[in-house]
Design a protein around this ligand. Structure first.
Ligand code: BV8
Length: 228
């Protein structure tokens, strides 16, 4: 990586799999009874708010019992030691990158650590259940939803992501199936700008053909090997 100055790293559920957090595709339990698109959409929330709130309460509770793994720790080391630009754009709503010590992290699909009030639009840190319809700390309305980006909603900080991609020398995708846009399109964006592209994933993904190099294996193996 010696000639690389600016790096953009995209991570997906696969980087947290070995921490015990279910990915979307091989999840058990509630995931198998509901397609993500049915539960992770504004329409699904309008149709059955209790189902969606229970679903996210369950995931939030599960995330809080998990620990970062060697892949999160390797990226945190890279972040700490890299004197060029570096941005970890994660699709994940877990906070394992931050708990491993990474600082330059952007949650494009939101985070399980916040609740978002649909009455006053204020986002507040929230780790408890939402199913009991607690009052918004800012406006007291009982209108809190998870602060995650559902299908059909605009991901966060897209301008910041695209400007980082424009300046990048290297784009690395870790643990994502390349199934969901706009994240799945970042590699094409990178290729059009002649940015070097690398995929680190357990298996071939929907976007593998776009990468100059793909290394297959569990994240706790292939990510430290790449970083160190
Ligand atoms: C938007 C947050 C526009 C919530 C998520 C038709 C064509 C193209 C696009 C669309 C279309 N129809 C609709 C769309 C748009 C849609 C979309 O892309 N749909 C898909 C289904 C086709 N996208 C959207 O709606 C996005 N918004 O487009 O807005 C807009 C414009 C103007 C104004 C308003 C709006 C928003 C999408 C965000 C949805 N939210 N998550 C939550 O977490 O609950 S999506 C969720 O699934 C993730 O965040 C992630 O983005 C996505 C895929 O998940 P992955 O992270 O990749 O996980 P997955 O299980 O799929 O794969 C895991 C990978 O890890 C696998 O490859 C596996 O091999 C690997 N792995 C497993 N174990 C390991 C491992 N790798 C390494 N080590 C291991 N141990």
């Amino acid at each position: 990586m010696t000639d690389m100055r600016n790096i953009v790293i995209l991570t997906g559920a696969g980087i947290s799999a070995e921490s015990g957090i279910d990915t979307f595709r091989d999840a058990g339990g509630l995931w198998e009874q509901h397609r993500v698109e049915d539960v992770a959409t504004p329409e699904g929330f309008a149709r059955d708010p209790e189902l969606v709130l229970r679903f996210y309460d369950m995931r939030r509770e599960a995330i809080q019992t998990k620990q970062p793994n060697a892949a999160h720790e390797a990226l945190a080391r890279l972040d700490a030691n890299w004197d060029g630009e570096l941005l970890i754009v994660t699709q994940n709503v877990d906070d394992l990158h931050e708990r491993a010590g990474a600082g330059r992290v952007l949650h494009m699909h939101g985070t399980h650590l916040n609740a978002w009030c649909t009455a006053c639009d204020v986002r507040t840190p929230w780790t408890g259940p939402l199913i009991d319809r607690p009052a918004c700390p800012a406006c007291d309305a009982r209108s809190l939803r998870p602060d995650v980006v559902w299908f059909g909603e605009m991901p966060y900080e897209m301008g910041r992501i695209y400007s980082a991609l424009r300046r990048a020398d290297l784009f690395v995708s870790i643990g994502t199936s390349g199934a969901v846009y706009p994240a799945a399109g970042f590699v094409e964006e990178a290729r059009q700008r002649r940015v070097r592209t690398l995929e680190l994933n357990l298996e071939a993904s929907q976007g593998s053909r776009w990468f100059h190099e793909t290394r297959q294996g569990p994240a706790t193996k292939v990510v430290p090997e790449w970083v160190d």
